[in-house]
Design a protein around this ligand. Structure first.
Ligand code: GDP
Length: 198
């Protein structure tokens, strides 16, 4: 059992074992200020009226929740382990890249630098995790801020195509498409699971 986020981080995952009741470890990755904390709090239910005991909190960074996707339940453990402190970043990056079953790679559509950062992270991730085993969704957050847009939808789509991952635009502020991103992760993991069983 997990008593601290440290033990979660050190847990190895091959991404290969996906039993029906096994929580999927989903990591939020991205530069600073892109909305990772906002995503995590929506997931944790802090931003809405959902029952808080649906969500088990392990430390500050880990939250577990069962959601229904296409009539089948899935338990997700959300890890928001990213740190932007330079001195810790390399360590955190290595740990992150080895921890998840799937990744939400966030940038802000209002911040081109965060889009470039997402590309860098995708490249680092690819070194640790071959794409075909690991679902990744490129998430263009803050799509409510239309007038401040610096990254177009087509650029996001093109980037996802190059990186062989899915793409979605979200607004954590408006709670738009955030759950759709989590459902997308579950669907991708199921596709991989089903193709392995076939
Ligand atoms: P993090 O550094 O990636 O964890 O980013 P945060 O979740 O702390 O968000 C950074 C800032 O952007 C905060 O002021 C949030 O309120 C704001 N923010 C996050 N998501 C959205 C969004 O979808 N739309 C808007 N307008 N603001 C957002």
């Amino acid at each position: 059992s997990w008593s601290s986020s440290d033990s979660v981080i050190s847990t190895d995952s091959t991404g290969e074992t996906l039993g029906p009741g096994k929580p999927l470890r989903v990591l939020l990755l991205g530069g600073s200020d892109v909305g990772k904390t906002a995503f995590a709090s929506i997931f944790a239910g802090a931003a809405d009226s959902m029952e808080s005991d649906d969500c088990q909190i392990y430390g500050d960074e880990v939250c577990e929740r069962t959601i229904e996707v296409d009539g089948e339940e899935a338990t997700i453990t959300l890890l928001d382990t990213w740190t932007t402190e330079e001195d810790r970043r390399c360590v955190a990056e290595d740990q992150c890249m080895q921890t998840g079953d799937a990744y939400l790679l966030l940038y802000s559509i209002t911040d081109r630098a965060s889009f470039l950062r997402a590309s860098e992270l995708r490249i680092t991730l690819r070194c640790h995790r071959p794409a075909r085993h690991t679902p990744i969704i490129l998430v263009g957050n803050k799509c409510d801020l239309v007038r401040c847009r610096e990254v177009s939808v087509s650029e996001g789509l093109a980037c996802a195509a190059v990186f062989d991952c899915k793409f979605i635009e979200t607004s954590a502020a408006m709670q738009h498409n955030v759950w759709e991103a989590f459902r997308g992760i579950v669907r991708q993991l199921r596709l991989r699971r089903d193709s392995k069983e076939a």
